[in-house]
Design a protein around this ligand. Structure first.
Ligand code: PLP
Length: 431
């Protein structure tokens, strides 16, 4: 039963249950949440002395370990200096410096930075920029092309361009139409390109894509070559290309951005998650100069009328600057290679297991399918079995249906990785 045990001293989890509604959680059947009291490096410390190895970087955000002292000190100092200020008509050093440092490490055509709060808002802003770009040019275009099974966030625009699923069903009447092409996974490339050829017509405003790895859709991976060819098809009729690097950004795929594997450049980019090293909420949308230029006018109606109360929050920008220092350090670059090499070795072991299919890797991301009745589905019951098995052994992984994946913080040690691999192997031998 889910009624609260009567107690004069309810636990934190019970107090939570009384007042809180959690994300992506069926509150009727979900077990009580696990209280975490502190975290350090890749380890979460539970209230009752348990520890959890955070193999998913806490919803894919953490890069350098939890409660990183360097980021903490920088944010604390900023908090005592300037915690926040309206970003219309005003500016501040952390916002300017972050933009100055981000642009040179992005694909070279990216020219301007627009701040918001999270991955979904970064996508909303990119979509609004794309639609209004065509509107401002006096050639309105409405059509968007996206990939089947894409995930771009939970706000309405972001939902609209994501794959349609049980998650979006209640909102279907409110989501604008999008044309989908299948992810160009190995073996499907030519068929996908053929379909794309017919879809990228003159009325396409934008093509939005998670470059090289479709995250929430099941860690679906494909090659840079075919994405370059899709970009070329999109370009033929001028569609703006939006690279949603909310998950793939900041080293996840082995390079600083997944877009760095490509020859073609996106017109717009969306960043969040690892942007602040996973410490604070911040979103960024960047664009190439011609997009920015289409909003410059004596006509006030060509303004991008978009903003949030916490746009360019100085604390979040400072966290991002500190995280960028760490991300660009030799130590982190070495860690990216180290983790990728360990994953590659474990991949060989996984490939020999009968309980596993489609082992795939891009940099620090290692994913595979658990062979299960019912196949690939978010609601496959094997998900709970795997989640609980690993949690009981002190490893936090959160399968997407029957897809299990590693996305560790870059500071995760060899021993910690090995421990997590061992628990996954134990799980596989149980299945
Ligand atoms: N885009 C991608 C590729 C994502 O993976 C996510 C989140 O998982 C989002 C956008 C949405 O980001 P947020 O959860 O910060 O709104």
């Amino acid at each position: 039963s889910n009624s609260l045990p009567s107690s004069n001293n309810p636990s934190l989890a019970e107090r939570d249950k009384a007042v809180i509604w959690h994300p992506f959680t069926q509150m009727q059947t979900a077990p009580l949440p696990i209280p975490i009291v502190r975290a350090e490096g890749s380890v979460l410390y539970g209230a009752n002395g348990q520890t959890y190895l955070d193999m998913i970087s806490s919803w894919w955000v953490n890069l350098h370990g939890h409660a990183h002292p360097y980021i903490a000190e920088r944010v604390a100092a900023q908090l005592r200096t300037l915690e926040h200020v309206i970003f219309a008509g005003f500016t501040h050093e952390p916002a300017v410096e972050l933009a100055e440092r981000l642009l040179p490490v992005l694909p070279s055509n990216q020219a301007k930075v627009f701040y918001s709060d999270n991955g979904s808002t970064a996508v909303e802003v990119a979509l609004k920029m794309a639609f209004q770009y065509w509107h401002n040019l006096g050639q309105p275009r409405q059509k968007v092309i996206a990939l089947d099974g894409a995930y771009h966030g939970d706000t309405f625009g972001a939902m609209a361009v994501g794959g349609r699923s049980a998650f979006t069903a209640p909102f279907a009447p409110f989501l604008f139409d999008v044309d989908y092409i299948p992810a160009p996974v190995p073996g499907q490339e030519e068929a996908v390109l053929q379909l794309a050829e017919s879809l990228f017509t003159e009325d396409v405003a934008a093509f939005i894509v998670e470059p090289l790895v479709q995250g929430a859709g099941g860690m679906i991976m494909y090659e840079p070559d075919v994405l370059d060819r899709l970009f070329q098809l999109a370009r033929r009729n001028g569609a703006l290309i939006i690279a949603d690097e909310v998950m793939t950004g900041f080293g996840r795929t082995g390079r600083l951005f997944a877009s760095h594997y490509l020859k073609e450049k996106p017109d717009l980019m969306c960043l969040s998650k690892g942007l602040t090293g996973g410490t604070m909420a911040l979103g960024v949308t960047t664009c190439a100069q011609p997009i920015y230029d289409a909003f410059l006018s004596d006509d006030k109606f060509k303004t991008l009328f978009h903003g949030h109360s916490f746009t360019a929050n100085p604390l979040a920008c400072t966290a991002a600057l500190a995280s960028l220092d760490l991300t660009l350090s030799e130590a982190t670059l070495a860690n990216l290679e180290r983790i990728a090499a360990h994953h590659a070795a474990f991949r060989q072991r996984l490939s020999r297991s009968g309980a596993v299919a489609s082992v795939r890797q891009r940099g620090t991301l290692l994913a595979f399918d658990l062979v299960a009745e019912g196949g690939t589905s978010y609601f496959n019951t094997i998900r709970d079995v795997a989640y609980n098995f690993l949690l009981e052994r002190g490893v936090l992984m959160r399968p997407l249906g029957n897809v299990l994946y590693f996305m560790p913080p870059y500071c995760t040690s060899d021993e910690q990785l090995q421990y997590a691999y061992d628990q996954v192997e134990a799980l596989l031998s149980e299945l």
